[in-house]
Design a protein around this ligand. Structure first.
Ligand SMILES: Nc1nc2c(ncn2[C@@H]2O[C@H](COP(=O)(O)OP(=O)(O)OP(=O)(O)O)[C@@H](O)[C@H]2O)c(=O)[nH]1
Ligand SMILES: [Mg+2]
Length: 374
């Protein structure tokens, strides 16, 4: 199996030689089935990092170089490197690995062993037992890292992962090929968060492997100042994408309620109010079904031509709506009998009923009516 260690560089003249040497030294400890290669992605570093790599390539045929014309960001460099590793080097696995000495090569054999045991992605983690942060890092940088991870976990609901902002990772290219790398939301550091989430969505087996992250050996940081804002943008955009359908279902529900009120008021003077309301409810249900079909779930739309299927789904939709009404009935019944009666309380119970009803509707719509085709 071919393993390509991707190393992005920008002005790492003082580090690159040592980094490549240290990597080469651990290669003999790697299981024999892994064929190790290194790909440096250099953004035409003015300090001549690329020239040093070219010199080394004369004697080391496992070292490769990809040169970018200009500095385009950490994410951009890794994405280019991944594509090159997949298309030109036919890599089965790629490492994301920094040039500055922060990522210690001694973990590579262990991380690959996890792949042998069945992992699709192995993340070098600072927040699992055995992992650690640089001792000489200031309180502020540690705090930023800690809260960055906390934000990822709480906004994306990914509590099972402890270090979503780690830069040290090995992943199977079979998974990378299924991800649109050009569509990752950031070309900076935050691409890491998006990529981690993309692996999670693909149900990749992700293992966090404890690492001691150490401070950069030499040279200056390239960590851009807008990184925090950029990472927050990525996290919240991912969350919004996930919640989009739920928000749409809420909007459609509100439209339904407006329709129900309007029809009810049109009919109530001509018919008994209980009948007027039943007719009004059914109008709202029909409208909700049509709008959800054309808008919320347009990707999984039930074709209007397919009358039999449409009628069947509409029948199911009615049952689901009935379920929602029943939930609201039960909430009110139990609420009042346990807590007693008052205007505020009963309105609160209506609110709770609506919320539970919404979750019920959303779940049934996605799992039953507009189930994703595999
Ligand atoms: N090709 C390329 N490499 C980059 C770019 N930005 C950073 N790098 C490299 O990516 C790796 C990580 O960048 P660092 O500056 O170390 O970022 P950091 O690890 O978050 O911060 P420090 O270690 O404190 O400096 C290093 O090997 C950099 O040389 C870029 O725009 N293009
Ligand atoms: Mg670094």
């Amino acid at each position: 199996m071919k393993v390509v260690i991707i190393i992005p560089t920008y002005n790492e003249r003082e580090n690159i030689k040592n980094t490549l040497k240290a990597l080469e030294e651990v290669f003999p400890q790697v299981e024999e089935k892994y064929e190790m290669h290194i790909l440096v992605v250099d953004d035409s570093s003015p300090d001549g990092t690329g020239e040093i790599v070219k010199e080394l390539m004369k004697t080391k045929n496992f070292v490769h170089l990809f040169v970018n014309k200009e500095k385009a960001g950490l994410g951009a460099a890794y994405i280019k490197g991944m594509k090159y590793a997949i298309e030109k080097l036919q890599a089965d696995l790629v490492f994301e690995f920094d040039a500055d000495g922060s990522h210690q090569p001694k973990y590579i054999p262990g991380m690959l062993k996890e792949v042998t045991k069945g992992a699709d992605v192995v993340v070098g983690s600072r927040y699992v037992p055995g992992g650690s942060m640089p001792k000489d890092w200031g309180f502020d940088r540690k705090l930023i890292s800690f809260f960055g991870n906390l934000m990822c976990q709480s906004v994306l609901f990914t509590w099972q992962y402890k270090d979503m902002t780690s830069g040290y990772r090995v992943s199977k290219t079979s998974f990378l090929k299924r991800i649109d790398l050009d569509a990752l939301l950031s070309k900076q550091f935050a691409y890491k968060i998006h990529l981690y989430y993309a692996f999670h969505k693909l149900k990749a087996k992700i293992v966090e492997f404890p690492i001691a992250f150490v401070d950069r050996a030499k040279g200056k940081t390239k960590f851009p100042k807008n990184n925090i804002i950029d990472s927050l943008r990525v996290i919240f955009t991912l969350r919004f994408r996930e919640s989009k359908k739920f928000i749409q279902v809420c909007i459609v529900g509100t439209i339904g309620a407006i329709i129900q009120f309007s029809i009810f008021n049109l009919l109530r003077l001509k018919t008994a109010p209980e009948y007027a309301n039943v007719i009004a409810v059914e109008f709202a249900v029909i409208a909700n079904f049509i709008i959800n079909n054309l808008w919320t779930f347009k990707d999984d739309k039930i074709a209007f031509k397919n009358i039999k299927k449409l009628l069947f789904k509409f029948f199911q939709f009615n049952l689901i709506s009935l379920g929602s009404i029943s939930i609201q009935f039960v909430v009110m019944k139990i609420g009042v009998s346990v807590l007693g009666r008052s205007t505020l309380l009963e309105n609160g119970l209506v609110m709770i009923g609506i919320l539970i009803g919404l979750v019920w509707n959303y779940t049934m719509y996605t799992k039953l009516i507009w189930k994703k085709k595999k």
